[in-house]
Design a protein around this ligand. Structure first.
Ligand code: NIG
Ligand code: FE
Length: 423
């Protein structure tokens, strides 16, 4: 058995300005909220899909052989593979017309109340085959990977009947199993995204369907790791959300909530009370909610691209959340209605320029803390020996430059499971 230091690298990333390892314990909060643990002019060696060595370049280069794939970072920074911890990537239909209505002054909540919004996408999704859904989702996810993302959380929630919700979760499962594409998705069931139109006068019956038929079937088939609920005005109340999440918890699913996005309804406090892994959105989180997150292990996933795309000016209080000691992550919320961007870097920029995070905290928010938000902190989110070899290379020399040169795709390469991905 050769000593570990003799193990040879299959791939090495070298010629960096720095490797931002994000090591030192996950998740990061309080004094460690912006902890990047950089290695100046570092390099990373990879073997069998895992990180073999990380350290100063001259040390790591001792691992190379004639067969080692050498990846030149050209003086850029090397990060743990970025993680988009909140997306809705599988859907059909077209909401561009509604976007034009919003540009003309119509409100998002107003369209939703008229039976448009999420319901439009539900109509479009129900009529699509699994194959059609897969084809459109693959294109989106590839574009999101080209912005540096190596792992996605992916929600159902545009089916809203048993068969259609299962179709979406099976699509997510299939995307995950397509080894060649290098896609990795963490599935979330979101049957409680909206009460669909056929149940408009029978909300209780829809909740029965979600809790008594959909959730047990999803759990039995192992189709989801998390259950999410849209807890907000125009969607589900705190008590309705409690019912769904309690049922999900009893089936062993982790919990997530869309909380305090459109109004302060107390979804954050509910999430903390139930031990949710994350509460997401939060522009309207209360002072009590901020304090509760500071003391809990529930992550706050901020989605500033949504606030931007809805033409609103009340962003989630990222600075206050970090200062209160909360675990803060950032994600795109990619979906066809309220956040149509496919760029995690836009979420990072807005996290800094609108939510008050530092550049270092924003990087933690899409690596270490995003891994925590999807329950993958043991294998993803930092560059440490033995962790999965997911890496993102950017053509900037410092985190601050990434924000300063905003609106640009700085990604020059990604490594997924130890292999260089063509993007
Ligand atoms: O995360 N907030 C709720 N759900 C989505 C929007 C869905 C849609 O408009 O299609 C969100 O913002
Ligand atoms: Fe969402």
């Amino acid at each position: 058995m050769p000593h570990r230091t003799h193990q040879k690298a299959e791939l090495v990333v070298y010629n960096t300005s720095q490797v931002l390892t994000c090591a030192g314990g996950l998740p990061k909060r309080g004094a460690t909220a912006g902890e990047l643990k950089p290695i100046e002019r570092g390099a990373v060696a990879v073997a069998e899909g895992k990180i073999l060595a990380v350290g100063p370049e001259d040390h790591v280069l001792k691992r190379i052989t004639d067969e080692t794939v050498m990846v030149n970072a050209h003086g850029g920074i090397l990060l743990p593979g970025l993680i988009d911890s909140h997306t809705h990537p599988v859907y059909g239909g077209d909401r561009s017309g509604e976007f034009l209505l919003r540009l003309g002054g119509a409100g998002y909540e107003e369209l939703q109340a008229k039976g448009l919004g999420i319901q439009t996408t539900v109509n479009g999704t129900r009529s699509m085959s699994l194959e059609q859904l897969l084809n459109s989702a693959r294109k989106r996810l590839r574009r999101m990977m080209a912005e540096g993302v190596t792992t996605f959380e992916a929600k159902s929630g545009y089916g809203l009947d048993l068969e259609s919700e299962l179709k979406l979760l099976r699509a997510i499962k299939q995307l995950n199993e397509e080894g060649t594409s290098k896609l990795e998705l963490v599935p979330t069931f979101m049957g409680a995204h909206l009460v669909p139109k056929e149940y408009a006068d029978r909300r209780g019956e829809y909740l029965d369907l979600v809790c008594e038929e959909m959730l047990p079937q999803v759990a039995q088939e192992g189709l989801a790791e998390f259950c999410d609920v849209f807890c907000d005005v125009g969607a589900f109340t705190v008590e309705e959300s409690r019912r769904v999440l309690t049922a999900a918890k009893s089936l062993g699913l982790g919990l997530k909530l869309h909380a305090d996005e459109l109004a302060c309804t107390g979804g954050t406090e509910l999430g903390v009370e139930l031990g949710a892994r994350s509460v997401d959105h939060l522009p309207y989180v209360s002072e009590a909610g901020i304090a509760a997150l500071g003391k809990s292990d529930t992550a706050a996933v901020l989605l500033p691209a949504t606030t931007f795309f809805l033409f609103k000016d009340r962003y989630a209080p990222g600075r206050a959340l970090v200062d209160a000691g909360a675990i803060v992550a950032l994600a795109t919320d990619h979906n066809p209605g309220s956040s149509h961007t496919q760029s995690i870097l836009r979420a990072v920029e807005l996290g800094v320029m609108r939510c008050g995070l530092t550049a270092a905290e924003a990087i933690v928010a899409v690596t270490a803390n995003a891994a925590y938000a999807i329950g993958r902190e043991a294998t993803l989110g930092s560059i440490e020996t033995g962790k999965q070899a997911d890496l993102t290379i950017l053509d900037v020399a410092t985190p601050e430059e990434l924000i300063y040169a905003w609106g640009v795709n700085h990604i020059t390469g990604i490594v997924k499971h130890g292999e260089l991905v063509t993007i």
